[in-house]
Design a protein around this ligand. Structure first.
Ligand SMILES: C[S@@+](CC[C@H](N)C(=O)[O-])C[C@H]1O[C@@H](n2cnc3c(N)ncnc32)[C@H](O)[C@@H]1O
Length: 243
């Protein structure tokens, strides 16, 4: 991935799954999960005794680990209920991690993209055009849509200078529709000619750009039917005269 100004580029990330966060004790701070009170890194100041106020049990961090908080937090968090001590001996105390304390409700997007098959790009074109796919190795719309959703925000302009079958425009419109947002997209495709042997040619496409145009117009019509009012699916195709 390239960018002109790194500070302007970020991936949105993936929404974290909070299904494990619960609030069985009606904690005023809301949903929480039990967190690990110890950490692999620290120093001797973080290997201090913690005494259970109910049982008198003294806890130390496991060998080679440190408490994940400073001594002064013990009283504060015991009073706030973030640290919970068992009333019976032999049990460990619990440290709550509140959903509301989390800095971000998104986790970084994985650089290994799973669950999107390259073959689905060809399958999509077969569904769109019927018969064999007129374009070889199109990208799956889901892949491009995921990347657009990660790297852009509403009203951004997406440029695909090597448009091929027009997947980027299809993905932008699908995202506009699904998220009720409005991103613009510019697709540029050379009028690379086909020969009579090509499936595309047999399907009345004399150049790659004809496929790009046909797909974009088909997809635009599809989403305009679903959402007549929105301008997010308007397209205009034109040929640039190159010298
Ligand atoms: C790998 S394909 C893109 C496939 C596309 N991502 C898809 O999913 O269908 C690259 C396309 O770029 C086009 N192309 C190559 N050089 C170009 C140029 N200078 N200007 C515009 N298009 C170009 C080729 O004709 C080809 O269709």
């Amino acid at each position: 991935m390239y960018c002109k100004n790194k500070s302007l580029c970020s991936f949105k990330g993936v929404a974290k799954d909070f299904s494990n966060y619960k609030n069985p004790d009606h904690d005023p701070k809301g949903a929480w999960i039990a967190d690990n009170p110890s950490a692999a890194s620290g120093n001797e100041n973080y290997r201090f005794p913690i005494t259970n106020p109910f049982t008198g049990t003294v806890y130390y961090p496991p060998q080679g680990r440190y408490w994940a908080f400073s001594p002064k937090r013990v009283d504060e968090w015991t009073k706030s209920g973030k640290l919970v001590f068992p009333k019976e001996p032999g049990k460990n105390f619990m440290l709550k991690k509140y959903q509301t304390d989390l800095r971000s409700t998104f986790k970084p997007v994985s650089s290994v993209i799973q669950g999107i098959l390259t073959a689905s790009g060809t399958k999509e074109l077969k569904q769109l055009f019927g018969g064999g796919s007129p374009f070889k190795y199109p990208k799956p719309t889901a892949l491009i849509k995921m990347l657009i959703e990660q790297a852009t925000v509403e009203n951004d302009i997406i440029l695909d200078f090597f448009a091929g079958s027009g997947t980027t425009m299809h993905a932008t419109m699908a995202l506009n529709y699904e998220t009720k947002t409005y991103r613009k997209c510019i697709c540029v495709q050379l009028d690379e000619p086909y020969t009579p042997e090509d499936i595309a040619y047999k399907n009345q496409f004399s150049t790659v750009a004809d496929i790009t145009k046909a797909r974009i117009e088909m997809v635009s019509k599809h989403y305009k039917k679903l959402n007549k009012k929105s301008k997010a699916f308007d397209v205009s195709c034109f040929k640039l005269k190159t010298n």
